[in-house]
Design a protein. Structure first.
Length: 123
DNA sequence: GTCGTGACTAGCC
DNA sequence: CGGCTAGCCACGA
């Protein structure tokens, strides 16, 4: 079970559309906390981060995109645009992002500032 | 209750 | 650019 803190982070993170990215810092601010690190921690320990590689139910909208975790933790990057970490491996994270239209070069998001989903865009 | 750990950040050298 | 430091916070042992 996610804690209330994690719930908050996840609900915020789910607002990030595909093709966009956000940062640990932005999430923290949006959640009105300074727990940058705790945000990262929530990612690695969240039970919903698992990527569905094999959606059986084709009616499931998530089935169209094999990389559709309930919580899109791959859309979270570091504040300077670098990729950061990922439970399934940095490489995989980059792949997924690329699939969604986010180009990553030298471990950094291209046009990071443009793609950034800043805190005032959260509800 | 305390302690260590970390997918972080910002500042300094 | 790389490396180190001090803050930061939640969580599990």
């Amino acid at each position: 079970m996610p804690t209330s803190f994690e719930e908050k982070i996840y609900s915020l993170l789910r607002q990030v559309p595909r093709g966009r990215v956000t940062t640990y810092g932005e999430l923290a601010k949006a959640a009105k906390t300074k727990a940058y690190r705790a945000v990262g921690r929530a990612m690695k320990s969240n039970p919903y981060s698992f990527v569905r590689m094999d959606a059986k139910n084709q009616n499931d909208s998530r089935a169209k995109n094999p990389y559709a975790p309930i919580v899109p933790c791959h859309r979270v990057v570091k504040s300077n645009g670098e990729i950061g970490g990922f439970a399934h491996g940095i490489k995989k994270k980059i792949e997924i992002l690329k699939k969604e239209g986010v180009i990553v070069k030298n471990n950094k998001v291209v046009d990071f500032e443009k793609l950034l989903f800043s805190k005032d865009k959260f509800k």
